[in-house]
Structures are given as C-alpha cells and as structure tokens.
Design a binder for this molecule. Structure first.
Ligand code: GLU
Length: 462
C-alpha cells in the first residue's frame, strides 16, 4: 500500500509550494487507494506556533484535501524519540558528546582557518574515559566516515553523496534532550509506514542524514521524490514579491480550491498538453514519475484563466453559495439566475464577480466623466425620456427580452441606431460604459429602479 504524507513546519501559513507537494502526495495516495497522512513538525518551540498549525489545518479544510487518521504532532512524541535514541545508545550506534560550546567553536575556527570543511572531529566517538565535569552531553549518531550514500530519487535519478564531503557524526539529541530535525523526520516516516516521500528539493541535502538514521535503526527506506522548486519569471525562487505565497490569500482574492489545485498540479507535472483537470482526473492521471526535472514557472495569468474557466462552468446555485463569503447575498434575489449568468462570463475570480454584481445592484453614485464626455450628447436626454416613458407604461416587464423589445421600439420610432440610446442608457444604469448587456441589467434591477436610474442621470446632466 502506498503511504504518503505532508509534514509542514508550522512557522506561519501554508505556503503554495508546500501545498503543491501536499497535493502530489495526496493524489498519489488516492490513486493507489493508499493513505495520506498529515504530520505537523512542531518541535522548534521558538519558531512554531499553535496558530500556525491551525492555519495549515484550516487551509486543508478549505481546499477539501482530507488526510487519513489523526493529525500527528511531533511535539507530543518526545517519549517515542527518546526510546529510539536510547536504542541507538544501547547498540553503540550513538554516543554522548561532551564537547563544550567553546571547544566546538574553537574547532570550527581552526578548520575555517585551514580552509577545511567545518565538521565534528569525532572526539567522543570511541571515548571510554571519564567524561569532563559540568557538561551536559549532546548525543551524536555514528555516521559513515567514508564511502557514499546514494539517494535513489524518483525525480532526479540516483543522487550520490560522498560521506566525507557532507557527513559528520551529527547530533540527534541536544544537551537539553530535545531530538533534532533529521532524526525525528526519519523516525516518524518509518513509524507511520510512509513508503513514498514527496517533498521539495530544498530537502535533498537532508536526505543522506535521514538515510543514516533509517539504517542505524534498521528501518526500510522509503522511495524519495524531490520536487524542483517553483520559480518566478526571472528564474529565482518564488517570493512574496511575485505574488501571494500564503494559500489562504488565494481564497481572499476569490479563487476557488478547484482552480488553485488545478493551477498547482501543473506546476512541475504534466500530462501531455492537458491543462484542465478535475480532482478525479488528477487522481487518475497523476504519477510522480512524470514530475518535471526542472523548476516550474509561476504564472498568475494561467491561474486567472483556469479560475475564469471554472467560474463559467459552476452552476449558479453553487456560485450563489460561494459568493456569500465575498459579502454578496443573492440567495433570495428573484433575478439571481440572470445576474449570475451575466457576470460569470466576465469575471476571473469570485471577488470580481461580487464586485460586478454590486455595480449592477447598487444605484450609481457617480458617473464616469470620460464616459459622459464621450457618449452623453445633447440629444441623449430626449431619447432616455422616450425610453423611460415606455418602461413606465409597460405593466409586465420581467425578462431581458422584454426590455430589449422596448429598446427596439424606441430605436425604430426615433429612427436612430442602437448605440445612440445604448451608450447614454448604460451611463444611466451603470455610471460607465462597460458592463454586461443592458437588457439583462434592467431585468435584474427591475422596472422602478430602471426608471429611477434614468431620472438620476437626467437630473445630473440637465
Ligand atoms: N517540515 C519540513 C518543511 O516544512 C518538511 C519536511 C519533509 O517533508 O520531510 O519544510
């Protein structure tokens, strides 16, 4: 059974790069009818917070990504880590190191002065004398002192590390007893049965150390997939300057989970030239062997395009529900179908949809000066008056086509082109020259509001 996991450190919010590897892990587990676990790596008390862990869990909830089992918090697993540290001590695979801070920094300086790699010198590796007084020891693991460690990576192929260049007997428990990062990651992955680790390639350099831990404890190695980073257009690692990195900021901007997840799955993975993937298709088609070897480029135009696509294809009743979060309550509006049809074609995000709806529903409080200059002419008032009289004389006006018929009548009676009345009427109704079809706008706001808006524009320009 395939078991994957997402293991964020709760230092702030859920980063979109993290979400992408979480999505890959989720899809691969689902495709194989396996398990996808969520583990919060909250052992760094100075940098981690409960709020940040909650923010990650909330983001998962918003996205509809469900994890199997309980969430695992590393902060509650000290006893487990202590047990495995003790096992390594008992088996002679780890040892107490009594080097003081001063001694360590002296060693470091000497190595730097000699232009050598800074590393622990193994002083206490085979120590059997009397330990120095007044020093609480750290615990180091015995790492191989020669040879190579090969990370068999599903994305990058075999990555070979020379032990001499990268390893020393690294600390697995600090003097205060707290276990270190690479130790707990390896222990947890092994105990949770994680057999496919998909994570960012910024972690590749940690993997040899984790392999040392796996081997010392006799755990089976998982498959690793190190996913290249997301870059900006300049080829640099994505930062806040390139766009939002907090997943929840995308919700605030009005993107839906389906658009965001579709956007992310294509950052670093492809299936032919297909761009649109439903969740079912992603699960069916995703395979980590197709993850690209090179960095992917973040492009918000693509996200907007996907988002517009999904909005257009979302049923109106669902849109009305989603728009509540953007302060647009349409649930009991009798023309909500016409309104949503009119705006869903024109918006890239739910937030934009809400703004467009408000522009239609709210009586204009000002008129765009440029539009007035361009399209509100001397004869506009008489045409608007003629149209308004028609509207008020009509008892039954409901559909866009009802209003369209009235407009056609005015146009033919006055012997003018459609634009002649259309443009000033648009200014009256919306305060500007852009927006959806006027017949739809009038059907949405109704007869009285249509007359009111025409009266208002006439008064403002008399
Ligand atoms: N906690 C690490 C991070 O948030 C991830 C560790 C891993 O995936 O192995 O970057």
């Amino acid at each position: 059974m395939v078991v994957t996991r997402f293991a964020p450190s709760p230092t702030g919010y859920l980063h979109i790069g993290g979400l992408r590897t979480a999505l890959f892990s989720y899809l691969w587990a689902k495709k194989n009818k396996g398990k996808f676990f969520l583990r919060i790596e909250d052992t760094d008390k100075a940098r981690n917070s409960v709020e940040a862990a909650e923010a990650i869990v909330n983001a998962f909830h918003w996205l509809g990504l469900t994890h199997d089992g309980e969430i695992i918090y590393q902060s509650s697993r000290d006893e487990i880590y202590a047990k495995y540290i003790q096992q390594l001590l008992d088996e002679g695979k780890a040892y107490y190191c009594y080097m003081s801070k001063e001694e360590l920094s002296e060693l470091r300086e000497t190595q730097m002065a000699a232009k050598e790699r800074t590393m622990y010198n193994g002083k206490y590796r085979d120590f059997d004398g009397t330990p120095p007084e007044g020093i609480t020891p750290a615990i180091r693991i015995k790492a191989p002192q020669s040879g190579t460690i090969t990370v068999k990576d599903g994305v990058k192929g075999d990555v070979i590390f020379n032990c001499l260049d990268i390893l020393d007997d690294f600390i697995i428990a600090r003097a205060d007893g707290s276990p270190t990062y690479n130790f707990v990651v390896a222990v947890d992955d092994a105990l949770m049965g994680v057999n496919e680790v998909i994570r960012g390639d910024d972690h590749l350099s940690n993997t040899p150390k984790q392999i040392v831990v796996y081997e010392a404890l006799g755990f089976e190695l998982p498959k690793f997939y190190h996913v290249p980073m997301i870059h900006n257009h300049e080829g640099k690692k994505l930062s806040k300057r390139d766009g939002a990195t907090d997943v929840m900021a995308y919700k605030e901007m009005g993107y839906t989970p389906e658009a965001l997840l579709n956007f992310l799955v294509r950052l670093g993975w492809s299936h032919g030239d297909q761009e649109i993937f439903s969740m079912e298709e992603m699960i069916e088609l995703f395979n980590p062997k197709d993850i690209n070897k090179s960095a992917s480029i973040y492009n918000t135009d693509k996200l907007d395009w996907l988002s517009a696509h999904y909005l257009k294809n979302t049923p109106n009743c669902e849109l009305a529900e989603l728009l509540i979060q953007y302060d647009l309550i349409l649930t009991s509006h009798d023309k909500k179908e016409i309104l949503l049809d009119a705006i869903k074609e024109r918006a890239k995000t739910l937030k934009e949809m809400a703004l467009l709806a408000k522009e239609i529903l709210e009586t204009p409080s000002f008129y765009d000066e440029k539009a007035v200059k361009k399209a509100y002419k001397e004869d506009s008032a008489s045409m608007l008056n003629a149209f308004s009289a028609k509207v008020s004389a009509c008892a039954e006006l409901h559909l866009p086509s009802d209003y369209h018929t009235l407009m056609e009548e005015v146009v033919s009676e006055l012997g003018i082109g459609f634009g002649k009345i259309g443009q000033p009427l648009r200014i009256a109704l919306l305060g500007k020259l852009s927006g959806p079809g006027l017949d739809s706008v009038m059907a949405i706001i109704g007869k009285d509001e249509t007359i009111l808006r025409i009266t208002n524009v006439l008064a403002a320009h008399s």
